[in-house]
Design a protein around this ligand. Sequence first.
Ligand code: ZN
Length: 197
Amino acid sequence: MRLARPLENLIDQLLKLPTIGPKTAQRLALYILKMPPAEARQLAQAIIDAREKVFPCSRCGYLTDSNPCAICQDESRDKEILCVAEEASDIIAIERTGYKGRYYVLNKNFNLMGDNNLEELNLDPFIKQLAAGTIKEVVLALNPDIEGEVMARYLAGIAVNHGVKATRLAHGLPVGGDIEFADEITLRRALEGRKEI
Ligand SMILES: [Zn+2]
C-alpha cells in the first residue's frame, strides 16, 4: 500500500535522525499528523530556529545564539582553567558537576585511525587562548578511548609548549564510554582526581 506522498516524505525525513528506525519514524509521523496544527507548526519552527540561530561560539566552540557565548562572557568563571571536550553535549554533562572554569569544544568527530584529521581540526582559537597567557591549566576531558587518548596527548603537547599544565580526567570513567553519558558523581570524581600528563 502506498502512503500519501507528504506522509512518506515526513517518514523519510525522520528516518535520517539517529536512533530512529522505520517503525519509530512511522509512529512519530502518525503522531505528528494527529497534533493540533499550531503545535505541529511550533515543532517545525523550533527545528528551523535551532538550526538557523544556534552556532558554535567563536571562542570556545560551545553551542550558542550569542557570540561569545554566555559561559565565555561570564566574568565570575575561573579564567585560568580551560576544559577541552569533544562535543557540546559533554559540556552539558561537565556543567552539572559544578565546574566553574572555561571550555574549549573540538566539535569534530576526529577519526585518527582514518584520515589525517589532526591537521583538519582548527585549533587556532585554542592556541590563541593559550598564547594569551591567562590559562594555567588545560583539563583534557576527552572520551576514554584510543582516539581520545591520542588526541589528549597531542593537545597536552601543545599546552606544555605554551608553558601550560595539562591534566586528564582521572580513571573511573568507563573505558570506551562517552563523557556525555557519564553520571554526575563519576564525572565529578574524575574531574577532581585529574592527573597531569
Ligand atoms: Zn564561548
